[in-house]
Design a protein around this ligand. Sequence first.
Ligand code: M6R
Length: 614
Amino acid sequence: MCGIVGYLGDRQAFDILIKGLHRLEYRGYDSAGVALVNDDGNLNVYKTKGKVKNLEEYCKDKNISGTVGIAHTRWATHGEPNDKNAHPHYSQSKNLAIIHNGIIENYLSLKTFLINKGYEFKSETDTEVVVQLIEYVMQEQKCDLYKAVHQALSQVVGAYAIGVVERNNPNLLIAARKASPLIVGVGENEYFLASDASPIIEYTNKVIYLNDEEVVKIERNQEIEIRNLKSVKLQPTIKELSLNLDDIEKGGFDHFMLKEIFEQPKSLALCMNGRLNKELNEIKLSAITDYYEKFEKCKRIVITACGTSWHAGLIGKYLFESLCRIPVEVEVASEFRYRNPVILPDDILIAISQSGETADTLAAMELAKKQGAFVFGICNVVGSSVARMTDTGVYTHAGPEIGVASTKAFTTQVAVLVMTALAVAKKLNTITEEDYHRIVKELSVIETKIEEILKQVDTIKDISKIFTYAKNFIYLGRGFNYPVAMEGALKLKEISYIHAEGYPAAEMKHGPIALIDEEMPIVVVAPHYAMYQKILSNVQEVKARKGRIIAIVSQGDEDIKKNADYTIEIPSTEECLSPLLTVIPLQLLSYYIAVAKGRDVDQPRNLAKSVTVE
Ligand code: M6R
């Protein structure tokens, strides 16, 4: 939620900051702003409602000089998206400017305190309170900015990644983080600051991942200095990024979402690389080899996540229960964290997150950890908070996912769950050798089957155009494909703004059937497995009420074709792997419906890529 960028070096900062904002725009796009300190000692702040391109336009006739600066793209929490709530925020004297990603929970009490001290506020944001507090501390204690940031943040409750610059000090940039991501890029005579690596990779692959409650002093021509909030000096650890510039460009596709849909064969191959041995037909997950006894001992697994990752978790339930015979509960993290859940001594908590920064998921993990659960993480972003908080974990290696609607993250999460469940099942002897090798073999060729589905893009595009009229959609599925129905519905609503519901197909007759008329499109995920005959009956129930059916079926299925208005075929595979295939046409369907409706697919309204606030 919100993207922040900073620069201090020999080059002019503005272009670097703007480019960085474009790369981080997936995190929020309600407003954007920049603050620059130039050699004359001026601190200029420019900000405006809307996207980064509006900011660029706004800055055309402004003085944008300066070799140190900070910039921000906002996803609004406190205060509506407008110019005055846009970041950066000045302090009272306008000597300081701040950018912030996160939420300050005690901002009201701090604000009251500062108002009583004579401070005036220009915005409704929690962020302005922090910059005012820093200035107050500087004036009261007659200390420098670095010290004041330490002191001020010691009084702050909440989550923050901040960058602060000072008028008359073109040689200094201060930053800090707690529970919101922040990376420092280390170049030749220059430093970068960003919420993720994408604004940095073009300039350097050397980075420092800041930890919670660390404050960094970036000074021109100096080594950087990091201290924790207690002012203890820390040794920075420089890591090398393995990201490529191509990974974060659209590469000829109209949208990142489309690129990421088409990347799935590759991302799944990367996800399985070194883990699935095609010659031996075996899975080896180094993350769990030392922890099999945890799975042997546990009485249940609890999976927690949000949004699309939660849907992957629901598939995880089917996988662990059917392959490993371990009971599984799956819960959205925002509910889990607040309902005082029962956590048993040998519980394993599996947390799933693309970004690794989702606040609710992190809080759920923290809670489970405190109560003694073993925490296993599945996440995409290397070095993210989820990755750092787990006892062990598996990266999905999907590569950067920039489209707000999650696609390749989902399929790689499912692949990791499949591999984990298969490895555990083998160890626990809950799967026969024959079944194990057959499923592993199928998994090893899943990419080629996805490629086959992607070839049907034009058919799916044509079907999409027919349904742009719809105000509602119902998605139905059963077993492993019930979560896929929910995922299809989520994809459609978030990018096309069409209301959609995902249901277990047999539940339809308990309510949603009342919605069906000749206007209502029903997407039925109905590949040919154990429940096929049942779902065929559900299809007939829809047809009898004149619903318009789009069916995702196994290749060669003639029965459903008789009732469905449109069918999209998927190649045959093992049932437990079928979500990896059935979800692909649903992603494409939602994408093309949204495009046909003229929606902003990569940056849908009100959303942001990672929800780092409650
Ligand atoms: O980064 P995470 O996987 O933790 O994010 C969870 C959800 O916010 C995310 O999946 C969201 O639902 C996506 N927009 C879905 O496409």
